[in-house]
Design a protein around this ligand. Structure first.
Ligand SMILES: [Zn+2]
Ligand SMILES: [Zn+2]
Length: 333
């Protein structure tokens, strides 16, 4: 049976602000939201992957803002579903592309860190050789969603940016990625959260692999929750995320994240307490679907999630980090 997929359209969400949802492969995290801020200078917030640039172009034309009329593209973070189309769009429009310094490498090269670091991390986590290879292949496949794109301006925390007829403030919110940002329209109390705050799923604080020797130093979970506290203090009236619908009541969403975090901490602690195992072996228990060959990318994400939780347990002095043959073996204290 054939189905006719409707062309995505921009819909007005606020005076002079429009949203279009572009399709992504797979069920989660669901279509990516791209926002258009109309004004003397038109601004796009995120672009979706390169494969949907034609859909975005069509939607822009339909709303009376052809690509050539876009002056700048602001990226909430350096993940393929958010920046993959930036190169094509900037080529066609001459628009500046702006992102946080810490995600510049991801956008410009397609890799957040050199591939050798990802390989080393997976090895230390105990991922078997064939799955390490498969994970990297999955990373290369994911990069098919992007054209690498030069960043013309790096954004800093607190910087004021023109967002069409509004002025936005850049809020640095590391956690989901090193260079994740939110854009806050202070006078209006409206926040654009990228993947830092989502309503239908808990954002994944992904391991930060820069500058590490034996183990990554930066604590993604802790940084993520301090970024969440920062947004909580801003107390936005309305949040427009990178996927899914808008959020009017932030507190229950944060509560959901925290309870999921605590459940996972307990689960991982109880596995570590019961036997000697690597982060990969813990991940297999926490995410039983991991053995399926369909989920190579999930191997990295699952091991990343387990490790970032172990970092918190280690900081709380509930586990110590031991090594055997270059593999991490966390031990419960
Ligand atoms: Zn993301
Ligand atoms: Zn995303």
């Amino acid at each position: 049976m054939s189905s006719i997929r409707q062309k995505p359209k921009f819909r007005k969400i606020y005076p002079n602000i429009f949203r279009v949802s572009l399709p992504l492969p797979g069920a989660s995290p669901g279509p990516v939201n791209v926002y258009l801020f109309k004004g003397e200078k038109n601004v796009l917030l995120d672009t979706g992957p390169k494969q949907t640039v034609n859909l975005l172009e069509g939607a822009l034309a339909e709303i009376g803002c052809p690509v050539s009329a876009v002056s700048s593209i602001i990226l909430t973070h350096g993940h393929p579903d958010h920046y993959g189309g930036a190169y094509k769009l900037s080529q066609q429009s001459g628009a500046e592309v702006k992102a946080h310094e810490d995600d510049k490498r991801a956008v410009e090269t397609g890799w957040d860190v050199p591939v050798a670091k990802i390989w080393k991390f997976l090895r230390v986590m105990g991922v078997p050789l064939h799955f390490r290879i498969a994970s990297l292949v999955a990373g290369f496949l994911l990069n098919q969603m992007v054209d690498r794109c030069r960043i013309s301006h790096t954004l800093c925390d607190g910087e004021k940016v023109s967002m069409g007829s509004y002025t936005g403030t850049v809020i640095s919110t590391p956690g989901h990625s090193r260079g994740s940002i939110c854009i806050y329209l202070e006078e209006e109390g409206v926040l654009f959260s990228g993947d830092h705050i989502l309503e239908h799923i808990s954002p994944n604080p992904i391991v930060m692999l820069d500058n590490f020797n034996s183990l990554p130093k930066r604590q993604s979970q802790i940084e993520f929750y301090s970024s969440i506290d920062r947004i909580k203090r801003l107390n936005p009236r309305m949040i427009y995320p990178g996927h899914g619908r808008e959020i009017t009541d932030l507190l229950p969403v944060i509560e959901k994240y925290r309870s999921r975090f605590e459940e996972r901490q307990e689960e991982i602690y109880s596995i570590v307490s019961s036997r000697d195992c690597t982060a990969y072996e813990i991940a297999k228990q926490v995410f039983p679907n991991l053995s399926s060959i369909m989920f190579f990318l999930d191997i990295f994400l699952s091991v990343s999630e387990v490790f970032t939780h172990l970092q918190v347990l280690e900081k709380d002095k509930k586990v110590v980090f031991c090594f055997k043959n270059g593999r991490l073996f966390p031990r419960a204290i």
